[in-house]
Write a protein that binds this ligand. Structure first.
Ligand code: COA
Length: 262
C-alpha cells in the first residue's frame, strides 16, 4: 500500500482505503497505466484482511472520470478495440467481485468508462454538481466496459436505452430519481458522507458483507431457484464464523457487536 503510483493516489485510513484517480488534466480519463495501476492495487486490497472498505473518487472537483482516454482511439483497430474492451471489463468485474464493499464518491463528471466504474461499485454517492452518462454513441461507438449490461440491471431497460442510445447526460438529482446513484450531497459534504458510510461498513461483519455481496451479484445472473440455493449455502456457512457468535451475544446482552472478521 505504500507504493507510489503515477495515475492513482492511495491513502489508508484505518481499515478504509481511499483510491483517487489522478489524471485531472484529462478529467481522470483511463489510459493504459491507470488501468494497470488500479488493477494492481485492487489485487493487493483483495488479499488484505485488515481492509474492510474501499472508496473510489476522482482528483479535483470537475470529474470522477470522463471515461476511456479518447486520445488513443484514432489508432485503434477492431482487434485492439475488442482487447481494450475486454481489459476494461475485467478491471470493473474485479471491482464487482472484490471481497470488500466499494463506494464510488462521484465528485463530478462520471461519463463513459467513469460511469461504468461507478456501476461496478456497491454504493454510489454523488456530489450535486455531478453529471452522469454514456456518451459513446456521440463518437459513433457503444460502451465497451459494461454499461450496456450493468445499466439495465441497475436502472432498467427504458432508462438504460435512454442513456446508451440517446447519449443523454443526467444531473445528479435526476440520477437519484432513476436509481443510478444512492444519495446526492453538496460537494463539500461528499467526503464526510462517504466516510460515514464506510464507517458503517467497517462496523459490520466483514465475512457476512462479503457473502451478501456474492449472493446478490451471483444471484442476479442465475435463475431464482439457483440464486436461492446460493443464498442458503452462504447463509449456512456463516454459522462457522466467530462473528455470528459475537452478533448473537451482543443481541442477547443488548449492546452493539464488535465484529472481528473471523
Ligand atoms: N479522454 C481524453 N481526454 C479527455 C477526455 C477523455 N475521455 N475527456 C476530457 N478530456 C480532456 C479534454 O480533451 C481537455 O483536454 P485539453 O485541456 O488538453 O484540451 C480536458 O480533458 C478538459 O476537458 P474539456 O472538454 O475541455 O472540458 P469541458 O468542461 O469543456 O467538457 C466534458 C467536459 C466531460 C463534457 C468533455 O470533456 C467530454 O465530453 N469528454 C468526453 C467524455 C466521453 O465521451 N467519454 C466517453 C469516452 S469513450
Amino acid at each position: 500500500m505504500s507504493k507510489q503510483y503515477e495515475t492513482i493516489k492511495i491513502e489508508r485510513e484505518k481499515s478504509v482505503v481511499h483510491i483517487t484517480l489522478n489524471r485531472p488534466h484529462r478529467l481522470n480519463a483511463f489510459n493504459d497505466t491507470l488501468i494497470e495501476e488500479l488493477s494492481e492495487v485492487l489485487d493487493t486490497i483483495d488479499q488484505d484482511a485488515g481492509i474492510r472498505c474501499v472508496i473510489i473518487t476522482g482528483e479535483g472537483d470537475r470529474a470522477f472520470s470522463a471515461g476511456a482516454d479518447i486520445m488513443a482511439f484514432p489508432k485503434a483497430t477492431p482487434v485492439t478495440a475488442t482487447e481494450f474492451s475486454r481489459i476494461g471489463q475485467k478491471l470493473f468485474s474485479k471491482i464487482e467481485a472484490l471481497s470488500k464493499p466499494v463506494i464510488a464518491a462521484i465528485n463530478g463528471y462520471a461519463l463513459g468508462g467513469g460511469l461504468e466504474l461507478a456501476l461496478a461499485c456497491d454504493f454510489r454517492i454523488a456530489s450535486e454538481h455531478a453529471e452522469l452518462g454514456s456518451p459513446e454513441i456521440n463518437l459513433g461507438i457503444i460502451p465497451g466496459w459494461g454499461a450496456t449490461q450493468r445499466l439495465v440491471r441497475i436502472i432498467g431497460l427504458p432508462s438504460a436505452k435512454r442513456l446508451v442510445m440517446l447519449g443523454d447526460r443526467v444531473k445528479a438529482d435526476e440520477a437519484l430519481k432513476m436509481g443510478l446513484v444512492d444519495k446526492v450531497v453538496q460537494y463539500d459534504q461528499l467526503k464526510d458522507e462517504t466516510r460515514e458510510l464506510s464507517q458503517r461498513i467497517c462496523d459490520g461483519p466483514p465475512i457476512a458483507l462479503k457473502y451478501a455481496k456474492q449472493a446478490i451479484n451471483f444471484g442476479s445472473q442465475v435463475p431464482l431457484e439457483v440464486g436461492l440455493m446460493i443464498e442458503a449455502s452462504l447463509m449456512g456457512l456463516l454459522f462457522s464464523t466467530e462473528d455470528v457468535k459475537l452478533g448473537l451475544e451482543a443481541f442477547m446482552s443488548r449492546r452493539k457487536p464488535k465484529f472481528k472478521g473471523k
